[in-house]
Design a protein around this ligand. Sequence first.
Ligand SMILES: [Ca+2]
Length: 472
Amino acid sequence: MDKKRFSIKALAASLVIISTSGTAEEHRNVLLIMADDLRCELGYQGGQAISPHLDSLAAESVSFDKAYVQQAVCNPSRASMLTGLRPNTVGVTDNYTNFRDVMPEAETLPRWFKKHNYHTVNVGKVFHNWLHDPPGDRQSWSVPEVLAFGNHNYDRAVKPGEPEPEQSGERIPGISNLDVPDEAYYDGRVAQQAIGKLDGLPDKDPWFLAVGFWKPHSPFNAPKKYWDLYDARELDVDALPVGNPTRFTIPQKGTRESVSAATRVRTLHAYLATISYFDAQLGKLVAAMKAKGLWEDTIVVFVSDHGLHVGERNRFQKSTLFDLDTRVPLLIRAPGIGQPNSESKTFAELIDIFPTLNELCHLQHPGMLDGVSLVSALKDPDFVVKDSAYVQHPSGGTKSSAEDRSEAMGVGVVFDQGRYTEWRETQSNRVLAREFYPHDEGRREPMNEIEHEDHEAASSTGLEKLLEVFPR
Ligand SMILES: [Ca+2]
């Protein structure tokens, strides 16, 4: 547990005193946009995705190249980011546990803003949108949430006027390229619904609009026109060696024996098309905000809940501690404060978003956060707020139920030299295995080098850093 955390008592006391600091002029509106399963593959990052709208947003923002989620699967990542607490602190490390069940009084980013007179609005998947009862987190929002509460695998193409698929039970193929309009799928309708909310945002009070898209989470079923942006023959699937040379010390669920080159190309093409489809929907929302005069002074945060493997290491999953799963795009556009079109050198964690927005909007500190504000890094891209990021994930990937406990928890620290990880027995915290993946330029993490003498010093540094957040 982080020693810097305030006590529950201090938190309770802080809730009584709601800040009234800041004049109306100082209040800034906030737009939070979330992608689902989007790894660092965007155009502005040198990735293979064609993402003109996110590239434009990056040109107005500070981009964080070393931004890490705290756990690479939907629910723990979102619960952590939106409470500003590490998954271990919240007690949510699987997709089944609702953070309200284990921490009923948890403060959340939107609820904190709501308490400070912000009009908070949720469209789409912001909190985890499946398996929980009740869905979403109603108390975080000023008005009822517009949710897509269901399984991604039911996002089939619908015709105008047809009911939402929801839990129809009709699973669709993992990959398809139908020639249908954007609105045939959920994200096209999310963009419409978000745009529809713009006219209802208050003039006098500040607002906090959170829009969560479902893509590029599988199924990779972008409309055909987004597939046609790419020439499959030109896609690079050689980002990691073929086969599985990585020495997993703890087996990872979801890893296959082998994957053909053709499958890798087809899957990467589908994933990239789905990213471009998502990018276009985001572009519609930005264009509408600009047309309505809502863009100029609005603080914008864009982030993904975690990354993804699409064939690398013979995997088509998230749920590991590898960089492909844990490192994500993070853009913060803070007009008048951030340096536009710059890249921050600092490490960043998604738990830092809560305190960062808090400081940007001059709100009182809620008193119980594991993250720190990145505002210094927004003002000066060379400023290093933190020199490492912490990640965790239970062994065995996504479990089949909340009761299905993993035997081990992987805890890792990412720093400039690489990633140091320990796998610890869930019950005893006993160290079962250690890993060190040195980072090359592309952070490919090809091999666990924990036994290699050349990396002894870096492994020791990693161990020291790890124990600061994850003591044994
Ligand atoms: Ca996700």
